[in-house]
Design a protein around this ligand. Structure first.
Ligand code: ADP
Ligand code: ADP
Length: 228
């Protein structure tokens, strides 16, 4: 379970996130939706521990991430896999090497890396593109590789930060279907951050609307769509 409570982030005198409370149960898909400038990327960077909150807590499976440092923080980071906008793959590495990278950085034995890269490529339907470079892949294919890399260290939470932005509607649907399948098969908890309400409709069990750094509304997709 992810539990965000009283999360506040300030840059100098500017409050970008103002007391965010959000709970995502295990194996659920939650979405945070909001317009540009609402604070979505800041929230994403706090959740995947690239930034420290000014105050408040973020816990994954009971451990408060904001309180950790050093080795504990590095270990906690592995609990959260991130899929970035436009996938953010290294262009000099093949698809397989991109997926392998987090495991190699961890120093996992090469035979295990090899086996896991194969499993992950299979799972995202990209075995046939293992040795292609990012420039040889479509946007949707790059995003599949980004998802496989996000899952490389067996995280309990997958954070999707505008992962379908810039994809055409068909590729977007395919990526959302893949995320749902991964949730069903692996039991991974998914937090989707997006500016697109359509993405939310297609996938989320729970939706929070973010505006000016605050959650202005949250509930089931049906609740939110009915009210908006
Ligand atoms: P979104 O992803 O929803 O577009 P952001 O999290 O990028 O929103 O930004 C929310 C607000 O915080 C914006 O007004 C932005 O200018 C401000 N902001 C983001 N990062 C910084 C920073 N490092 N320093 C100052 N202001 C920032
Ligand atoms: P390197 O020269 O860095 O080993 P590779 O592309 O051969 O580059 O391999 C990157 C990682 O992905 C390795 O762990 C490799 O075993 C694995 N790998 C490469 N191609 C495939 C494939 N078609 N199926 C499964 N795993 C692969």
């Amino acid at each position: 379970m992810i539990e965000i409570s009283g999360l506040t982030k300030r840059y100098g005198a500017t409050t970008v996130l103002d007391g965010i409370d959000l709970r995502v149960e295990d194996g659920r898909i939650a979405a945070v939706v909001g317009p540009s400038g609402a604070g979505k990327s800041t929230l994403a960077r706090c959740v995947n521990l690239l930034e420290r909150p000014t105050s408040g807590s973020i816990s994954v499976s009971g451990a408060d991430l904001a309180a950790l440092s050093g080795r504990d923080l590095r270990r906690a980071r592995q609990q959260i896999g991130t899929v970035f906008q436009a996938a953010n793959l290294l262009r000099r590495l093949t698809a397989a090497q991109n997926v392998a990278l987090p495991m190699r950085n961890q120093g996992l034995p090469e035979n295990e890396v090899r086996r896991r890269v194969g499993d992950l490529l299979e799972r995202v339907g990209m075995m046939h593109r293992a040795n292609h470079y990012p420039s040889q892949l479509s946007g949707g294919q790059r995003q599949r590789i980004g998802i496989a890399r996000g899952l490389a260290l067996k995280p309990s939470v997958l954070l999707s930060d505008e992962a379908t932005s810039g994809l055409d509607p068909n590729s977007t649907r395919a990526i959302l279907a893949l995320l749902t399948e991964l949730r069903d098969d692996l039991g991974v908890t998914i937090l989707v951050i997006t500016h697109e309400m359509d993405v939310v409709r297609g996938i989320a069990d729970h939706v929070a609307q973010l505006d000016h750094g605050r959650i202005v509304e949250q509930g089931s997709v049906a609740d939110i769509v009915r009210r908006s």
